[in-house]
Design a protein around this ligand. Structure first.
Ligand code: BGP
Length: 491
């Protein structure tokens, strides 16, 4: 007998910038992803600009725009997020397909610059509000609950370029205006919200870049502090507008293991949990910074701008649920790593007990059980796994069918892990697989890295009909949902 409770929220997830497209339609303003090119597993995505002297230049993530330069869309590059998979025009068809699979919940995000093109406007664009309202009504027809991420990597480019983005305290105010619009306009249509997607990536990303100066840590922790305050204010407003709103944090969930039994590795592993995972979720779930934060700040001479009012907001704006993405575990060691592996906004040492995907991400379903039990024990809040999946190559057969047993196997293992965690006492209330329909990869900008149950005919260069088709995993997941997680057998 499976242990999924009645009413368990099965579904799938996408993000506006990776699914929607329509980047410059109906008044939408650009976001950073719109000046970001495609990359590959070995070559980074580039951010394009025009320098003060008119020459064209590129940056990689984390690098600063040179003095006098401005971000720009350049003719010589392809920008996969511009059209993405055109959810903007296909949402009715896509939602009907989700309904066919039996989705109870669909996680999507609202593009900030579709409502506030620069982020500074006092009123939202009507067209943007109408677009999302229509989408929610469409979901309502099928009894699908929206799970809405308010910020999924898409601060309006104008705020980033001209106002200092999240290093400027005023961005809190702009975000709060945007979030308030969402809570007000979609009241009654949306009941489940997440404030910031994978908020902890800002910290994890530092370690990926290697030896950075203290100023990089100063900026990252300050950026996060402003996002924490923005999130806490949004939670309070969301509750005031509709007390039935359930609002969650969203953490990039990686299960960290020590690579050896050297006590130094065991300690380093605990530190990795504190820095990468608990730093953000303690603030968002418990309403205050953990005691270990002093150590993290002191390590890099970080001095934060934190006011008494901020602390008050953090204490009042704690979330109602813990949500996270889960793709993999990672090894931590103080010893020399000769075989580094990639991951979701993270790096680690290879774990000889695990299998790795074509993009170098480990498959570790036990790590999901570990994470769920650890987190629930710490926060005692309802939990949702809001991203999980395997990015893989798909082959379309001559008859149009797509056989993806590797994806089915990945999901089976992770659903079994969730089932165990529930049996062991975790209050797990929902599961949305990542990229339930193929979308543009966040990390590489590729289309060939596919997660979907639904295939989209579109390649890395933006060529394709955008036609949707059902993979084998579509029929399998349908069966899983219909049996509430009981029937995980092959088709
Ligand atoms: C998470 C993001 C998603 C998604 C996913 C898969 O970090 O929240 O937006 O893209 O990772 O990553 P990728 O697309 O790089 O395979």
């Amino acid at each position: 007998m499976a242990h999924f409770p009645e009413g368990f929220l099965w579904g799938g997830a996408v993000a506006a910038n990776q699914w929607e497209g329509g980047w410059n339609l109906d008044g939408r303003g650009p976001a950073m992803t719109d000046v970001t090119t495609g990359g590959t597993v070995n070559t980074p995505r580039l951010i394009t600009y025009i320098a003060a002297d008119g020459t064209h230049g590129t940056l990689t993530r984390g690098q600063k725009l040179p003095e006098g330069a401005h971000y720009a869309v350049l003719d010589e590059y392809h920008y996969p997020n511009h059209n993405a998979v055109d959810g903007y025009h296909h949402y009715k068809e896509d939602i009907a397909l989700f309904a066919e699979m039996g989705f109870k919940q669909f996680r999507m995000s609202i593009s900030w610059s579709r409502l506030y093109p620069t982020g500074l406007e006092k009123e939202p664009l009507k067209a943007g509000v109408e677009f999302y309202r229509d989408m929610f009504k469409e979901m309502q027809k099928y009894g699908i609950e929206p799970l809405v991420t308010i910020w999924h990597f898409d601060t309006p480019l104008y705020l980033e370029e001209h106002c200092g983005g999240w290093l400027n305290r005023e961005t809190i105010e702009h975000f709060v205006r945007f979030a308030t619009t969402c809570f007000t306009e979609f009241k009654g249509l949306v009941h489940h919200w997440l404030t910031f997607n994978e908020i902890n990536n800002t910290i994890q990303f530092l370690d990926m870049q290697g030896n950075l100066p203290d100023s990089a840590y100063q900026d990252a922790y300050q950026h996060l502090h402003y996002q924490f305050v923005a999130s806490a204010k949004a939670v309070q407003i969301g509750h005031a507008i509709d007390p039935s709103n359930m609002i969650g944090c969203m953490i990039c969930g990686i299960t960290w293991y020590p690579a050896t039994c050297d006590p130094k590795d065991i300690l380093a592993c605990r530190y990795a949990w504190e820095k990468n995972i608990f730093y953000c979720s303690d603030v968002q779930c418990l309403g205050e910074y953990g005691s270990y934060c002093t150590r993290l700040w002191n390590d890099h001479n970080v001095k934060l701008d934190i006011t008494e009012d901020d602390l008050d907001d953090l204490a009042r704006g704690t979330v109602d649920m813990y949500t996270f993405s889960y793709y993999m575990s990672n090894l931590v060691t103080t010893h020399k790593v000769t075989d580094k592996v990639g991951g979701n906004f993270s790096l680690g040492a290879r774990n000889e007990y695990l299998k790795y995907s074509d993009w170098g991400w480990a498959t570790d379903a036990d790590g999901l059980e570990y994470y769920l039990e650890m987190i629930y024990d710490r926060y005692h809040l309802p939990v949702m796994v809001v991203e999980n999946g395997l990015g893989a190559y798909d082959t379309v057969e001559e008859d149009g069918s797509i056989h993806d047993p590797f994806r089915i196997e990945y999901y089976r293992l992770h659903i079994e892990a969730m089932d165990k965690a529930i049996a062991n006492g975790v209050d797990l209330i929902g599961y949305t697989t990542w990229g339930c329909i193929d979308v543009v990869s966040a990390g590489t900008g590729e289309m060939r890295k596919r997660y979907g149950f639904i295939y989209v005919d579109m390649d890395d260069e933006g060529k394709g009909s955008m036609a949707r088709s059902r993979k084998d995993s579509f029929f399998w997941y349908k069966k899983v949902i219909a049996s509430n997680g009981e029937d995980l057998s092959d088709l």
